[in-house]
Ligand binder design. Structure first.
Ligand SMILES: [Zn+2]
Length: 304
């Protein structure tokens, strides 16, 4: 899970050169909540965070690809990487491949991402989409929580949205800015005097804890992508309720990484009127023709 010194040096040099012009504005940017709207049936999110500009996207994508390759290699060696013929792998890839065409408009670079989707046999209940479109699902998430296809669709949409909106790049940029402003060298990129205390970008990427604002953005964009691909947006609520129940007692459980409380649940419900028409259109029905969704009741156009 190591990152080459050359790559680290490249990133650090870029960061030093880039920090000054951005830091003055970054604090102001943070005070403004990310706006969203759904004009002309199109969900939008603006307000690009400036911290992400501290790390070039190509660099982070390269590091993510390296980290991903290591995770897959480790799983192969442990004989826990499920093969292409495995039904769960086919199911997850089918759902992700339905969604990817609807994801591309959210990030110009995503069109050239080399998307990869793998499933690792594991009791762990989590998944991640690393920057650059590298998806790994741990089978415990689907098997132990008995996720249906709509819930898997909403889960993949949410994770893809984190990658598309470059939340990891922003978080890592913040860490660097904090280290630099404290007079230190960014440990993240390998310049610590104490190698054993260096942060490992691979671990950072795999156990990224997102902010409530990141979660809201990933919910909105992820639901939009998955709904357009034909997955029921009502499943987002049952999905996150299941994850909350299953992982909230773990120290670094999936719900700790993706904070979920009453506000986020209400947000998911509040946006349903924006998402349901996209889903209905994708499955060739009117909203009135849609059936009830288990655990959620019937959606009414007028009822928010
Ligand atoms: Zn999240």
């Amino acid at each position: 899970m190591t990152v080459s010194f050359k790559l680290r040096a490249l990133v650090c040099a870029w960061t030093w050169a880039s920090l000054a012009p951005f830091s003055a504005h970054a604090q102001d940017e943070q005070k403004t909540p990310p706006p969203y709207s759904a004009p002309n049936n199109q969900i939008r999110f603006g307000n690009t965070a400036l911290f992400r500009n501290l790390i070039p996207p190509a660099t982070l994508e390269a590091q993510s690809a390296e980290e991903y390759a290591q995770v897959i290699l480790d799983a192969e060696r442990a004989k826990t990487l499920l093969p292409d013929t495995n039904p769960l792998v086919k199911r997850v890839r089918d759902i992700a491949n339905h969604e990817i065409p609807f994801a591309l408009k959210w990030n110009d670079r995503a069109k050239s991402w080399k998307w990869e989707i793998n499933v690792i046999k594991s009791p762990e209940e989590r998944m991640v989409c690393l920057p650059g479109g590298k998806i790994v699902v741990y089978s415990g998430l689907i098997e132990k929580l008995h996720l249906n296809d709509n819930e898997i669709g909403m889960m993949i949409g949410h994770e893809i949205a984190h990658a598309l909106r470059e939340h990891a790049r922003e978080r890592l940029g913040r860490q660097q800015a904090a280290q630099l402003s404290a007079g230190g060298m960014p440990q993240l990129f390998g310049f610590s005097n104490y190698p054993s205390q260096q942060s490992d970008i691979g671990d950072e990427l795999l156990s990224m804890r997102y902010s409530p604002a990141d979660e809201t953005e990933a919910d909105v964009i992820g639901s939009e992508i998955a709904s357009r691909a034909g997955y029921d947006p009502r499943a987002a609520v049952t999905l996150w309720n299941k994850i909350d129940t299953a992982t909230r007692r773990a120290d670094v459980g999936f719900i700790w990484l993706h904070p979920y409380g009453p506000d986020r649940r209400q947000d998911l419900l509040k946006r349903m009127p924006d998402m349901m028409p996209l889903y209905a259109k994708a499955v060739g029905k009117t909203i009135d023709q849609l059936s009830n969704y288990a655990g959620m009741g019937r959606f009414k156009k007028s009822g928010r």
